[in-house]
Design a protein around this ligand. Structure first.
Ligand SMILES: Cc1cc2nc3c(=O)[nH]c(=O)nc-3n(C[C@H](O)[C@H](O)[C@H](O)COP(=O)(O)O)c2cc1C
Length: 197
């Protein structure tokens, strides 16, 4: 089993990275292979809306020469896409938004001369999120966006793990959070195993 972890925080030692630590450790404990892609260290330009990708049905077919093609391939090759992001302006951080925009067009061949496949159909997706507001007010719009993204692309949305950055000098990570994020990994694996029976 392989997870493709798209890291959308610019802060290498920030809160999102802190949650990802035990998440990745638990993956290793369970024999889950992980590939972590730090989006702030890659070039994924915004979508140009040129629609060129719509007439290439057997692959993403984006005209831009940046790191998108390689990242799209990594998503296509894994079992679970993990979107790890801080909430910025009630959605994900900008590099991840650019990636999602490019993915939803290049990956869904709905608008060209003939209709084609949804290239990530059936792929599973989860999200690891940190935000300043309580999760129900900080990450709710992100989660709704993800659900619709998955419905449109025919991916399987499996859920979100979110913890609040309460600030005020309170350490972000604590034992409860570490245990909970490890449990989240286990629940993903159990759910996948269950659906394979
Ligand atoms: C530019 C910016 C925008 C933010 N916007 C929101 C927001 O809309 N809602 C929210 O709940 N938190 C918001 N936050 C708080 C962050 O989501 C939160 O502190 C998060 O844990 C930071 O994660 P990081 O340490 O991985 O960068 C924002 C933070 C920044 C820097």
């Amino acid at each position: 089993m392989k997870f493709c972890v798209l890291m959308g925080s610019p802060r290498r030692e920030g809160n999102t990275a802190a949650l990802l630590g035990p998440f990745l450790e638990e993956c290793a404990n369970l024999g889950i292979e992980t590939e972590v892609i730090p989006l702030y260290e890659r070039a994924v330009n915004p979508c140009l809306g040129c629609m060129a990708c719509q007439d290439r049905l057997d692959g993403p077919g984006c005209v831009q020469d940046d790191d998108f093609g390689e990242i799209f391939q990594a998503m296509a090759n894994c079992d679970v896409i993990v979107l790890a992001t801080p909430i910025y302006s009630f959605f994900c951080a900008a590099p991840m938004k650019a990636l999602l925009d490019r993915t939803i067009y290049a990956g869904v061949k709905n608008y060209g001369r003939e209709k084609g496949p949804r290239l990530l159909e059936g792929k599973r997706l989860v999200s690891i999120v940190t935000c300043g507001y309580p999760p129900e007010r900080g990450a709710d719009l992100w989660e709704e966006g993800l659900k619709r993204f998955c419905r449109h692309g025919k991916l399987e949305y499996m859920g979100l793990f979110c913890r609040q950055d309460r600030g005020g000098g309170e350490p972000f990570l604590n034992e409860d959070r570490v245990r909970a994020v490890r449990d989240f990994v286990q629940a993903i694996r159990i759910s996948i195993r269950g659906s394979e029976r």
